[in-house]
Design a protein around this ligand. Structure first.
Ligand SMILES: C[S@@+](CC[C@H](N)C(=O)[O-])C[C@H]1O[C@@H](n2cnc3c(N)ncnc32)[C@H](O)[C@@H]1O
Length: 207
């Protein structure tokens, strides 16, 4: 599992390496652009425009939302990723912090119309995911939504099939989402499959 220094080193080459993997339809980034575009369209079609991005990286998605007038908040633990994102979004409220330890205090003092996390929360164990997502739900406005774009499978069997197919590339340190399992904790969660290894999870506040 990459730590913050690992992500610091990856930061300047990140966009290029993701684009290359995406173009070649390679795990884990097959479907990356479609995921980001879909979330972008959902967020802009919502009423409010206050957005929290967890693990925003170089700010690929949030910069586009920022340019459309969204107020951007975010947390990432990589100093270099924050520098790159802040350059593109000078007015964004970006905080450094390890989300396995929770959100920065300043971020817990707001409510968000959209909370997005793309290719970041697979760094949490399944138990941590449930706890963290429950905390995020509390920070949503009544009509808000959490969007998770990541390596996601409908079932454990599908994950195992992909693991066997991608044996040489598979990252054993990353803990991918299994929709059917997560749905036990969040019955209202919805899943949209985007590629053979990725998709979007939608989670709304219980009303
Ligand atoms: C694969 S990148 C994804 C970046 C961006 N969301 C995207 O879709 O391109 C993962 C990001 O999450 C951040 N990250 C990973 N683990 C983290 C943690 N425990 N706490 C905070 N940020 C973390 C990394 O620094 C990196 O910027």
């Amino acid at each position: 599992m990459l730590n913050n220094q690992g992500f610091d080193l990856w930061a300047d080459g990140y966009d290029k390496s993701v684009a290359l993997a995406e173009e070649n339809d390679e795990y884990p980034f097959a479907g990356y652009k479609r995921i980001l575009n879909t979330i972008y369209n959902h967020v802009l079609s919502q009423a409010g425009k206050s957005v929290l991005d967890i693990g925003f990286g170089t700010g690929t998605l949030t910069t586009k939302l920022y340019q459309q007038g969204c107020t951007i908040y975010g947390q990432d633990f990589s100093h270099r990723m924050i520098e790159l994102a802040q350059e593109k979004m000078p007015e964004a409220h970006l905080y450094q912090g390890d989300f396995t330890l929770g959100l920065a205090k300043e971020l817990t003092e707001h409510q968000y119309d959209a909370i997005i996390a793309t290719y970041s929360l697979h760094h949490l164990s399944d138990t941590q995911k449930v706890r963290f997502l429950s905390d995020l739900l509390e920070l949503l406005t009544p009509s808000g939504c959490v969007y998770i774009g990541d390596v996601v499978f409908h079932t454990r069997d599908e994950l195992e099939t992909c693991r066997r197919r991608m044996a040489e590339m598979w990252d054993e340190d990353e803990i991918y989402f299994v929709f059917e399992e997560l749905r036990h904790a969040f019955p209202k969660m919805e899943f949209e499959q985007v590629s053979y290894c990725s998709g979007i999870l939608y989670l709304k506040r219980k009303l």
